[in-house]
Ligand binder design. Sequence first.
Ligand SMILES: [Zn+2]
Length: 189
Amino acid sequence: MALRRRQPAPPRPRTDRSRFAGNAEPESMDRLWTPWRFTYVSRAEPQSPCIFCDKAAAASDAESFVVYRGRHSFVLLNIFPYNNGHMMIAPYEHAATLGETSRDALQEIIELTRLAEKHLLAIYKPLGINIGMNIGECAGAGVAGHIHMHVLPRWPGDAGFMTTVSETRVIPEDLRVSWEKLRAAFQGS
Ligand SMILES: [Zn+2]
């Protein structure tokens, strides 16, 4: 009996990457270690070219998932979170680099990052936290023109789980619940 040659598998349909626009072919393993590479605040029609400026100007914090507003910078939820509680901290001013950002905003961003760490530890009890910025598109910035600090809680196994299910992300908590918890924590801090 002649062995049947296996037909090559058809090409996998591409998933909708439109919200990852600007990424150079993010692969699952790659994304695991640089989760902020594929995180976007929103894919809704922006009123301005910058999503962070839109969020800064939004009338409703609840609708825009703004967790806290400081004097020079603000905290918001990533609406495509890698894990529950994934927050971003950005200046109100549209600045692409640390050098373009005012000293006041930079100082407040670090203070708010410290508060975000505190509240994540208290509420979500992660065993690790990624904190970082990507400056520029080739460094993985989703929104390259407006700097933002990612604060991302981590647990052992979240990456391992991802490797087994590849492109599936399981976010058990509703964004609204995350927003309410973190909002309350920031109001009390
Ligand atoms: Zn902006």
